[in-house]
Design a binder for this molecule. Sequence first.
Ligand code: SAH
Length: 454
Amino acid sequence: MKINVPVHKNESLSGKVIDLTYQGMGVVKVDSFPIFITNTLPGEEIEYTVTKVARNFAYGRMTKLITKSPDRVEEKDRQYTQTGIAPLQHLAYSAQLKFKQHQIVELLEKAHLDIDVDETMGMETPYHYRNKAQVPVRMVRGQLETGFYKRGSHELVPIEDFYIQDPELDKAIIVVRDLLRRYHIEPYDEKTNHGNVKTIMVRRGYYSHELMIVFVTRAKKLLMHDQIVAEIVKQLPEVKSIVQNINPDKTNVLMGKENKTLWGSDTIKDQLLGLTFTISPLSFYQVNPQQTERLYERAIEQAELTGSETVIDAYCGIGTISLAVAGHAKDVYGVEVVPEAIQDAKLNAMNNHIENAHFVIGKAETQMAKWQEKGLKPDVIIVDPPRKGLAPEFITAAGEMQPKKVVYVSCNPSTLVRDIQRFAELGYHVTKPIQPVDQFPQTTHIESITVLSK
Ligand code: SAH
């Protein structure tokens, strides 16, 4: 079949941007053929060059902005768009919040679901919010560099100011980078699978100011680590934990399974909603602590607990939601697949003197069936799955347990909408407007809370 592609590579054209994709790219159409262009906004008249042509779409690069959108703000730095660190940096924050609300509305409409979506709960200071950094370490033009990959590539762009991260993380990364340079440590080379230091991961407690530094290495040995550790401790007084994570495989998975504590504690602590949490290197911990408190508060409010309920917290991580809920419920049962996270969760329950929270290691979909067999009857099920959403078996088991409510915390509206449809088949419907909460300002990620009732 011959397809008519109306544009060709390197062609220069002009047009009007008519939409913004969920990845934050402006859309121009030639006939009905879409061309995606970064750093452009709906309503803008632009001149552009076609850079890449595929079967059903093309990419372009803006060469001239003719009319500006009223929602446009000045770009902080081209690199934040190039790398995808802040692909919405050119969009005013109030418009980012509308964009996120609208993305959910559109997906619901496409699925013919008549459900309201509230305005996105935004952040007062929508940058410098991330409490965790994961930066690749590579040789660039003969020098060890830390930064971020160009979108869709493994080409490292050296960056010192990451804009959306806690500036203390930026500082720590520079200290560590300079030490790796000083001691001539070899960065990892993906092409040859040689070299050693692949990634530096840094976490900092928002309230505690405790700092953890993790070196992800290919080899078991990290040369000069005694000297490097001593210097880090001297230069970064907040540091509480320095860990080596060994990841020998040629893989896109960031961290390996084996951790070696090089100095200090194996974990750091932080607080959320007045509770103290211990966080291990391999455990998931929400990256925007200020908005996480608002997200949890709202989710708990939506669960409408009176203190007598049995609650399941599926995909519980280190038990943050479970423990925040424990004070409002009779019992909470948490399940999570990462063993270290469950170890943290149990410790967290103990440290906060919480006795009605129970944690199990396992796949949520499998554990639900086991709980059901044992006759567990939850009044409320809270879920907070990763981007791929809920497994169909999970939804089936959840439905059979006949909870009054399911509170669905989602980080991906497209799997959320799919799962809402699956719940509908079991008689569970959305009874309140969906509440988006902006956990990731300047990026296209969308977090939201949905309540389903029988
Ligand atoms: N509710 C927690 C964690 C949410 S992130 C918080 O707010 O901090 C999602 C969690 O689901 C991660 O900890 C991840 O390890 C876990 N996970 C991923 N797949 C899973 C599965 N099939 N079963 C159980 N947990 C899973």
